[in-house]
Design a protein around this ligand. Structure first.
Ligand code: PLP
Length: 341
């Protein structure tokens, strides 16, 4: 085990020993390669640099109570990377290569998987980029798929404590018929200005209103939004948000715990009616939202007065993390063990 301050890990980059890479050249994927360099060498006219042919994923491996290492729902990340690749005309990564890469990179860097009980995990960052040279706007004919890993703590420094978020209407992250449903770099570039301003104004993230009508909730920074009221778990249905794997899992947990799940348009007007609100994602896990400010009107919606998460958010969080850390039965078969020897 590496000498790292596991309990105080931020959500940031820590150098590990190895990454894995696979190249698509001459119309086919090659063998998976193990690499110890943090650098990528590529042609200066690579399409990822100029035309945004870049997609990524994010998933985590957890060291459990029983010391087993579990990878959470990697098949779903593989499917979504395929969707992202198809959305921006890149070569999809075959499931066999994706799986081999995930398991191998965790095994190779096992000393960086945070110990059980520290709240940390090993974050896997699969990346798919167009490396072929093009000057006219067109898809590349060569691609690089790679995964690096880094040990992480909570995305929001608050951890499982309510955060403040800000609704923005003067910046858009994604258009309804654009690429918002895919995990492609351009969406994140488009979200930077709003996120940066929100941070400067004292908020953890910005919540984007839908680009077309500015009346509904779209994406909550790097996560999906949810609200809870009257025994219902309510989360936006939108063509321009990422289909969060965490949200997908929480919807199943919510049903299991007796909540009714509604996936539909969530109007900004409805914010005042929620008993609890939160953001969910691999990085955010479940981040309760204590306050939402509508930047345009200045109106504030308060969901936590005592600085504590609400009861449903807490139950959902305990169930989800319980499965991930092997404390609870994995009845949906979400985890796959990564054998280290
Ligand atoms: C924009 C955005 N929305 C939602 C999510 C949550 O998706 P997932 O739960 O699959 O990590 C992410 C990634 O974490 C994201 O970047």
């Amino acid at each position: 085990m590496k000498n790292i301050d596991w309990k105080n890990l931020p959500f940031g980059y820590v150098k590990t020993d190895y990454n894995v890479r696979c190249y698509f050249r001459d119309g086919k994927w090659g063998e998976l390669e193990v690499c110890s360099s943090e650098q990528i060498t590529m042609h200066m006219a690579a399409t990822c640099l100029h035309y945004g042919q870049a997609a990524f994923e994010g998933l985590k491996a957890y060291r459990g109570k029983d010391d087993k290492v579990r990878l959470f729902r990697w098949e779903e990340n593989c499917k979504r990377l395929k969707l992202s690749a198809e959305t921006i005309l890149m070569e999809p990564v075959p499931e066999k290569i994706f799986k081999e890469a995930c398991f191998k990179v965790v095994q190779l860097n096992s000393e960086y998987i945070p110990p059980y009980g520290t709240g940390g995990s090993l974050y896997l960052r699969p990346l798919l980029i167009g490396t072929g040279a093009k000057v006219g706007v067109s898809p590349a004919d060569e691609y690089l798929f790679m995964i690096f890993v880094t040990p992480v703590g909570p995305y929001f420094k608050e951890g499982f404590k309510p955060v403040k978020m800000q609704i923005v209407k003067d910046f858009d992250r994604a258009a309804p018929m654009g690429t918002g449903h895919a995990k492609v770099g351009g969406n994140y570039a488009a979200s930077l200005r709003a996120g940066d301003r929100a941070h400067k104004e004292g908020f953890a993230a910005s919540i984007f209103a839908d680009a077309k009508t500015k009346t509904m909730i779209d994406e909550a920074g790097p996560a999906n939004f949810f609200g809870i009221k009257d025994g219902k778990y309510i989360t936006p249905d939108s063509s321009s948000i990422l289909q969060s794997i965490t949200n997908m899992s929480i919807r199943q947990i919510a049903t299991e715990l007796g909540l009714t799940v509604e996936r539909r348009h969530v109007m900004l007007d409805e914010l005042s009616t929620f008993e609890e609100a939160g953001a969910c994602g691999t990085a955010a896990v479940i981040s309760p939202i204590g306050l939402i400010q509508d930047r345009e009107t200045g109106k504030e919606y308060v969901y936590s007065k005592d600085g504590q998460p609400g009861p449903w958010s807490t139950k959902l969080y305990k169930y989800l993390t319980g499965v991930q850390y092997g404390e609870m039965e994995d009845k949906f078969n979400w985890c796959e063990e990564v054998r280290l020897t």
